[in-house]
Design a protein around this ligand. Structure first.
Ligand code: ADP
Length: 198
């Protein structure tokens, strides 16, 4: 496995990158049911931070599953490996000085905890994108819930696969009680409160 391999630090440290960028490198880990609003909020917040000159990048579930993780499915083992790889990639992006916003269902508490564990405490915040499954079914922007209810998609989170709600998320965004604009503003305020951005 990882025998005979050591981590090499370069001459350019994370701190040097952060100083030049004017902000920290960190992971904002969004978790929540399909259609809870992870991608929508990640993209909108990314756009706003980018316009303010910050180095920000979104890692999105569908995009990663099309490439890096195209060999993984939705079994519990594959979901775990999906999140493990994405966590490592997000860590590298953060190490390169970026604010990385991830938009993965990441249904298992343990898997999210493992990502948290590879990061410095100050460089990781978990954002629970909270929306009831009933509301997600009502939204169903990609028609996936209907397919899952009809049995055409097996192991669908919230319908036929579990979602373990965070117990210690730093941020909770109740998207079923907010408009998109309200949630965007709320999330940005929370990132300020958590000192991810100023
Ligand atoms: P996910 O990435 O979690 O699967 P998406 O962002 O793709 O979810 O879809 C969420 C849907 O819910 C979008 O159609 C979005 O317009 C809608 N929506 C309604 N209210 C909100 C809100 N407060 N925050 C985010 N999305 C919302």
């Amino acid at each position: 496995m990882t025998k005979n391999v050591t981590w090499h630090d370069g001459f350019v440290s994370k701190e040097m990158r952060e100083e030049r960028n004017g902000h920290k490198g960190a992971i904002v880990w969004l978790t929540g049911l399909s259609a809870s609003g992870k991608s929508t909020l990640a993209r909108k917040v990314e756009e706003i931070l980018f316009q303010h000159g910050l180095h920000v990048y979104v890692l999105d579930g569908d995009n990663v599953r099309m490439g890096l993780n195209s060999n993984l499915g939705f079994s519990p083992e594959d979901r775990e490996e999906n999140i493990r790889r994405v966590g490592e990639v997000a860590k590298l992006f953060a190490d390169a000085g970026n604010i990385v916003i991830t938009a993965f269902i990441s249904p298992y508490r343990d898997d999210r905890q493992k990502v948290r564990a590879i990061m410095n405490e100050d460089d990781f915040v978990e954002g629970f994108i909270k929306c009831s499954v009933e509301k997600c079914i009502e939204r169903d922007p990609k028609g996936l819930y209907q397919k899952a209810i009809d049995g055409a998609i097996p192991e669908f989170t919230g319908i036929s696969a579990p979602y373990e709600e965070p117990e210690n998320a730093e941020i909770i965004v109740p998207t079923d009680e907010q408009t998109v604009e309200e949630s965007v503003e709320f999330l940005i305020d929370e990132l300020k409160r958590m000192k991810i951005i100023e």
